[in-house]
Design a protein. Structure first.
Length: 392
């Protein structure tokens, strides 16, 4: 099949959605399909420009339609962008130079238009759904439209690639496949740069924790920071690497969530790091910490950083949301925290982690390496082949 993958992602590597759609496309390619992208955000790189004038990332043709707002866009600009979002994609699909067998739409607002468009042209329509926003994340003016889309429009699309069992159950009447956040373990970034990362953060004879990402409130990083600070104050040999935030900026934004205004230097804020360098920091860590409230948003999604940690061979300390319990086994591939609170993390670290031997940690890392195979996109080649062979 010839497939066009469209939606609110930023190719080639502008956000967490980019590896999501690329890995699904890689699995589809191995299953015998041809995939092209209409990326609403991102940037066409010069190194991706081929002799025929087409931009390709990992062999996939892509066009950036610039239908997502740029950072710093004014309120009027964001409103204008919202009103016109999808117009370029509609035009390009109408003018597509070759026959299209299927369109995959990733988390965007075009389904109401795409349903009759695809029906008229005998094109299979597939939703790739990876999240369900909490209403407190949306403006009040967006609530009605978003609820209408999730409850009324999405069920009309009969084929879905969903990221979680939660979404699979919610859309149980459609033809679904569950594909969690996945990685490509064959990429060079998982095996390089460790020496440089170690030089930056320094040697440490103790437990090293890591969090990589934008430390928004949803990930409750402050609970882990407070717990680690308590342990450091008690003399424990532990440090916490935070990749993705500057110390001063974090303290300014989240001072109300921290127990201390001054944090130990062993809580290291490493700032923003290029995506391809993040795995080298995971490789230095004994555990990744991930805490999320158990709500609809957390259970409908699946954290990309969890798949990245496992692909790096790093065990995870987390409470169970979404489908994490399929991969995170207590005292085997990490540790399960009963609830996302400071005290729960503190007790887990103090009683179960601080005294671990290097041999035990290495065994857990080997266990993670085995489980990580189920979070590699190659694991989904045959399931996606079957899914595509039975489209409605």
């Amino acid at each position: 099949m010839k497939i066009v993958y469209i939606g609110s992602f930023r190719l080639p590597n502008g956000d967490a959605a980019a590896p999501r759609v690329l890995n699904v496309a890689r699995a589809l390619r191995l299953a015998g399909h041809e995939v092209s992208f209409l990326s609403w955000g991102g940037m066409q790189r010069e190194e991706d420009l081929c002799e025929d004038g087409v931009y390709r990332v990992d062999g996939f043709p892509y066009i950036v339609t610039n239908e997502l707002p740029q950072p710093g866009t004014s309120a009027i600009g964001r409103l204008r962008n919202k009103i016109k979002r999808g117009w370029v994609t509609k035009r390009l699909l109408k003018e597509w130079p070759e026959y299209v067998d299927a369109i995959i739409t990733y988390n965007n607002c075009l389904c109401r238009w795409l349903i009759p468009f695809c029906r008229k042209r005998d094109i299979a329509l597939i939703n790739d759904i990876t999240e369900w926003y909490a209403y407190n994340e949306l403006k009040v003016t967006d609530w009605l439209g978003y609820a209408y889309d999730m409850h009324c429009i999405q069920p009309r699309v009969k084929n879905k690639i969903v990221i979680s069992s939660f979404l699979n159950r919610f859309y149980k009447e459609s033809h679904n496949i569950i594909v969690p956040a996945t990685c490509d373990a064959s990429e060079a970034k998982w095996k390089q740069g460790v020496a440089e990362a170690k030089e930056k953060v320094g040697e440490f004879d103790g437990i090293t924790l890591i969090y990589a990402g934008t430390p928004a409130r949803k990930d409750a990083v402050h609970y882990a920071i407070n717990a680690v600070q308590r342990l450091i104050d008690e003399g424990a040999a532990i440090r916490f690497l935070i990749v993705g935030a500057e110390r001063e900026q974090y303290l300014k934004n989240y001072a109300d969530l921290l127990k201390k205004s001054e944090l130990s230097e062993r809580i290291q804020f490493l700032g923003r790091v290029p995506q391809e360098e993040v795995p080298s920091y995971y490789a230095l860590a004994d555990f990744m910490v991930l805490l999320r409230e158990s709500n609809r948003k957390s259970n409908a999604g699946f954290p990309t950083k969890f798949a990245e940690s496992f692909t790096s061979g790093t065990p995870v300390i987390a409470n169970l949301t979404s489908d994490l319990g399929r991969y995170l086994f207590d005292d085997n591939t990490g540790f399960v925290v009963n609830e996302p609170t400071e005290n729960a993390v503190y007790e887990t670290l103090k009683k179960r982690v601080i005294g671990l031997t290097k041999d035990k940690i290495e065994q857990m890392k080997r266990n993670v390496g085995q489980e990580a195979k189920r979070l590699d996109y190659h694991h989904y080649v045959e399931p996606l082949r079957e899914f595509m062979n039975n489209l409605k």
